[in-house]
Design a protein around this ligand. Sequence first.
Ligand code: GLN
Ligand code: ZN
Length: 751
Amino acid sequence: MKTSVIGYPRIGKDRELKFASEKYFKGEISESELNATAAAIREGNLKAQKAAGIDFISSNDFSFYDNVLDTAVLFNVIPARYTDLGLSALDTYFAMARGYQGEKGNVKALAMKKWFNTNYHYLVPEIDDSTEVKLTGSKPVDEYKEAASLGVNTKVAVTGPFTFLKLLRYTGSKSISDYASVFAAEYVKLISEVANACAEWIEFDEPYLVHDLSAEDIKIFKDIYNTILGSKGDVKVLIQTYFGDIRDIYSEVTALAFDGIGLDFIEGKKTLELVKTNGFPADKLLFAGVVNGKNIWKNNYEKTLNIIDEIKSAGVESIVINTSCSLLHVPYTLASETKLTDEYKKHFAFAQEKLPELVEIASLAVNKDEAVLEANKKLHESRVNAYDAKVQERVKNIKDSDYTRLPEFAEREKIQKARFNLPLFPTTTIGSFPQTADVRKNRQDFRKGNISEEEYVNFNKNKIAECIKLQEEIGLDVLVHGEFERNDMVEYFGEHLEGYLFTEKAWVQSYGTRCVKPPFIWGDVSRKEAITVKWSAYAKSCTDKEVKGMLTGPVTILNWSFPREDISIKESTLQIALAIRDEVLDLEANGINIIQIDEAALREKLPLRKSDWYSEYLDWAIPAFRLVASGVKPETQIHTHMCYSEFTDIIPAIDAMDADVITFEASRSDLLILDSLKGNNFKTEVGPGVYDIHSPRVPSVDEIVTALTKMRAKIDDSKLWVNPDCGLKTRGNEETVKSLKNLVEAAKSLR
Ligand code: GLN
Ligand code: ZN
């Protein structure tokens, strides 16, 4: 049995590509120096895979920024505003990725979007009537040849035409159906170039197929691939899907003349069933995604072999053991972790460690080596410090009533209005204040042991006192402590919860040069002791005004961590919810009357299929949030914050979080959300962000008044809050103070 890898991380084991790119952006190194770094990364990646004995290795999985952007450039889908700059090819590419501001002009970057259900982001290419779609690039063939010259025979991996067309933004008069045949013809040319380079296989990545598909989608897909497969000549074509199953198009895909079909058996809940009930054509290779490309755990061989046995018993002969998606979504190698002990490390497999796993599974699938299987089984059963009977018991004992806060919203609203007696259009912020260099240094010094705990705490207390005084001077109504103790809204809580593990170098690309280091949920999660109370209580002691306590919600904490695989995500989330619930109650007991529970990432993990939104996700995610808040007194006010306003389609679910106030980003969107709020009789009080904190620009009073006036047309005055659209931590002090003063003045002028 053979093995395959869909794609390999490309940021470099020590994030070399990130650092080289950043130097290149600053003009500190040349294009050829950047190219040399990139070539070294590609070579290392290829050789690691070859050394491990992987049979199907991808070329063209590398990218300077993003593969969708690469595909756009490959087919000349480059908006004129970028080519007009007259930059080199590489700089035009980076201008699309990051925007350009300099002597040649000033253009914004392409929009960026989340890549399916991952935390990776791709650039959204734009096409208009002046775009001449043609194969102008040669990256796939170049990288194939480069690999060949290194002695590595590869499959050429390219974003597939259907997925590419679905992700494109159409800014002209034409739409997807106008372009389908044009792109099909250009992909045919690509195949013939791949053939000329003597490549045996080309892989088209078509993750879009795991969505709910319309009849039109299916027709477009078939038209494109009938053309492509009709002219593929001797090149073998693998269609690679991932992030789910292809239940809407399985029979069409298997009926087409592909030579290989890649299916995801990890996230594809129905994949196995599809293969069993519909069969799989004998003349094709089934690339079975059984090694999770999105998580960091060692494979459970017993489970995996069961899947393979089932595939075999469905009559499938030719199976290739594959990753479930590109390994882009996991860190490079466990070898870089020096602090995690072997007790823990032996349970993990990052990209590099997944390679021998694939090979071992391929061998076990043919020849079940009982000793190896037994050892793997033991490994999965012996997880040191992972289980906490008390936590499990507590989750089991959650009652239905724990998910409901009483009295109901309308009653609470009255009680809270009377209690807080806030002016009309109350003003507040989202939590963090500028994380200036001194704030970061204080944390760093403490972490490195350069300063004592007392020094660290005193510094933060001074910052809090200053921050409170500043907010009082500005005239805000509900104050915050400023979050100076936090590096990141998830990492901070993870570090204070039992059941979490941290790594040194387990970086994963989020977009371009930006990487994140998600913490690992190792075992049952609980709270050792109060986490935020001392900071919030101190802030409260500095003022007579209300200070909002600031917490991260369970769904966001889970979504930005690597989850466990031995229990459900739902169960882990409930454990986290109980821990944060304890924190909420402690804050309340310590005089904090308003508590914000951020769910910045709630919208992010909506299942790709709309039909799964509730049953697979919202039906437990929303109650998990309610569980956190339901224990407080009626007069305690619960806020939540979400980063995107793109929840027009789940408004009822957001309302069902049953928070008292929700703030969200609205300043960049066209306020369409307000219509939906009105249309759905949204009960929760709302603070749609009145200005964009992602830019240093200071909004004028007039501008804020204009935004508020639009909001007042749709939202009852008694429910409208006034706030920026997100935390201020990435901003400087100067623009923050000016912006907030204008915000307060705008609110006052409307009162
Ligand atoms: N309370 C957090 C902050 O202000 C919220 C961050 C976020 O929404 N991403 O920084
Ligand atoms: Zn936010």
